[in-house]
Ligand binder design. Structure first.
Ligand code: SF4
Ligand code: SF4
Length: 451
């Protein structure tokens, strides 16, 4: 058993990787797609097409609106029907480009052959520009623009890039499948990012509940023979895929409060991001597809899937293709059960970072009656950030903003370990998330006042 894991807190939920044996299938293209302009961290993109415009697959339809923003490309060919507000999965109004699909014509210059391009380019600036122009963002959850993360400020230096293949959230298997089915492309994408960061060490970190993925990635690393690159097996523990936890697990370095991984010489990118970097740099292919898992606690395995989907496809279309929303589903989630978002609106569309459509039954989502805190400290023992959730909860309920900041509510990564461990069924994450929001707003206000 591997000894590598993060030392503080964490939990061991049933990993429920029921769909791990489901090979990736290509999802059909619907008659209409709706492409969100807010599918990355930072400023939403600005639409650069109008109703009536003809687009091909890969045409730029949204341009970055600031330093931290990203290009958006059309995932289909056809005619722009409208540009305007539409509800996202949480019910918020977001600008979308609606496109009526006509055929499947791609922009010139995109390499659609299955040939694997192994030679790593050496022009760092050109590679960064290609990653930016292809709209690549982190696909491990945060959707941070990749070209920004791969270009740290000159006063910092990366000595290690971690390729995150932990996929520690229960149920999700899309990263697992791409590591089995597309290992060479992921390894080449990792080597490209390694080059961009100056040839630092590269560690591809995978949890020990994915032996096929570990074997597949080790085989690709050995075959391609890039220098200074290795696959490391991690002991399974949630939330190992969190950046700070992964850095601690592999490098035994701790990223301070409010600091970025580069402050300890590390850059973390997900395996799906490595694949997107490969496609951008080696195939000139913008980020218009990703892989997602269709799964659930009571869904027969025969009805589970891993789909290669085009961004902008509505969840309702995906559900229909997969056999319809199962009757037992009491809650539908996009992402994992610990950190995913409940889907309030099935007509909302997939975005670059979409990782799943998860159907949870009443039994697994029903909230038990909240009791009184018995001061057992299990929440603190399970917190991977070393926080005292019971204390943050208490000061939040008292409306004590200074107390919330002193208790470091701003450092919460919203992993849910505390709530999972609490015998009194206290909705700790909900309350701590609110506390974090209040503290972050206060910190922002102080910064803008120059304090
Ligand atoms: S949700 Fe926040 S407070 Fe709770 S265990 Fe995770 S990091 Fe700690
Ligand atoms: S786990 Fe729940 S009951 Fe125990 S100390 Fe934390 S909040 Fe209180």
């Amino acid at each position: 058993m591997s000894k590598y894991t993060f030392p503080i807190g964490g939990i061991h939920p049933n990993d429920a990787k029921f769909s791990k044996g489901c090979a990736i299938e290509v999802l059909p293209i619907p008659p209409v797609v709706y492409v969100s302009m807010a599918q990355h961290l930072g400023a939403p993109a600005v639409p650069c097409v109008a109703a009536g415009d003809k687009v091909k697959v890969g045409t730029v339809i949204g341009e970055p609106a600031g330093f931290i923003s990203a290009y958006i490309h059309s995932p289909v060919s056809g005619t722009v029907k409208s540009v305007g507000p539409r509800k996202d999965l949480a019910g918020n109004n977001v600008t979308h480009v609606e496109i009526t699909v006509e055929g499947d014509e791609w922009e010139d210059g995109i390499d659609l052959t299955p040939d694997i391009v192994k030679e790593i380019p050496s022009d760092r600036a050109a590679v960064l520009d290609k990653i930016k122009k292809c709209g690549v963002v982190g696909l491990g959850g945060a959707t941070f623009p990749a070209h920004v993360k791969l270009n740290p400020s000159p006063d910092t230096k990366a000595d290690c890039i971690l390729i995150n293949g932990a996929e520690c959230e229960p149920y999700l298997t899309s990263d697992h499948r791409i590591m089995i089915e597309r290992p060479e492309e992921i390894v080449i994408g990792a080597a490209i990012m390694q080059m961009v960061l100056g040839g630092c060490r590269c560690v591809i970190a995978i949890e020990d509940n994915k032996p096929e993925a570990i074997a597949s990635m080790k085989g690709a690393v050995a075959k391609l023979g890039y220098r200074n690159m290795e696959v490391l097996t991690l002991k399974k523990k949630y939330p190992q895929g969190g950046e700070k936890q992964l850095i601690d697990a592999v490098l035994r370095r701790q990223v301070g409060s409010g600091a970025l991984p580069i402050s300890v010489g590390a850059v973390v990118q997900n395996v799906a991001t490595a694949l997107a970097v490969y496609e951008a740099v080696q195939k000139n292919r913008p980020l218009i597809t990703n892989t997602m898992t269709i799964t659930g606690d009571k869904l027969p395995v025969s009805e589970q899937h891993n789909y290669l989907f085009r961004i902008g496809v509505p969840f309702s279309f995906i559900a229909e293709q997969a056999g319809g929303v199962p009757e037992y589903a009491a809650k539908i989630v996009s992402g994992g059960p610990m950190m995913g978002k409940a889907i309030a609106n099935m007509d909302a569309t997939t975005v670059k970072g979409t990782s799943s459509l998860l159907y949870l039954s009443k039994e697994s989502t029903k909230r038990k009656e909240e009791g009184l805190c018995i001061r057992c400290a299990r929440c603190a023992e399970s917190c991977p950030m070393g926080l005292e959730p019971f204390l943050i909860n208490r000061v939040y309920k008292a409306g004590d903003l200074a107390g919330m900041e002193k208790a470091s509510a701003q450092d919460c990564i919203e992993c849910g370990c505390c709530q999972y461990s609490c015998p009194a069924n206290i909705p700790l994450v909900d309350n701590i998330r609110m506390a974090k929001g209040q503290v972050m707003a206060e910190i922002k206000k102080r910064r803008s006042n120059g304090k």
